[in-house]
Design a protein around this ligand. Sequence first.
Ligand SMILES: [Zn+2]
Length: 198
Amino acid sequence: MKKIAKNKPLKLYRKPFYKSVVFGINIVSQNRKHINRIREALLLLKNTDRRLFSKVLCLKAILIYPGKDEYGAVFEKERIYVDQPETVEKASLVWLASSLVHEAWHIDQYKRGIRKYGIKTEKGAYLVQRRFLSKVGSKEDIKWLDKMYKLQWWESESTAFKKDIGYDDKSVDKTWLEFWNFLGRYKTKKLRLIDINL
Ligand SMILES: [Zn+2]
């Protein structure tokens, strides 16, 4: 067990990461397309909701961890959002923009002293995300968000659905460790970064 945990991340870091600064946010991924997609989502946000856009600018970095499921997490104190390729590739631009709004809202809550992770913080972020989606998104987007909210995405549990998207207890624990490791490497400049301009 120990061996896997130790070796697997190293293998993931063999490939260098690209880094681009977009609206002052460091966007980092091994795939340039991810960076471009996040840039487009930020542009969409800028063009549709200036107020929420300015909230999102509190993010210092968006890091794409080269993992394999849909779990993402925001580190409020660091103001860093870590996500995985699958979400960036599969989600529509509107959805992506709405999830940035969601995560930025958690940072805002943190600044306001609302720090206990759970239904209270998630409800706030959900409502802001939903408001944005009702302005810019489709009915399907809202339906999906409502469905996920009802399933309580913040509660990791071993249902088939949550297992599939990486939100079961085991996966979340494992991913958290990997994210911390990843974040640590980023913060201590141990990730091999190639600066690019989009
Ligand atoms: Zn949340």
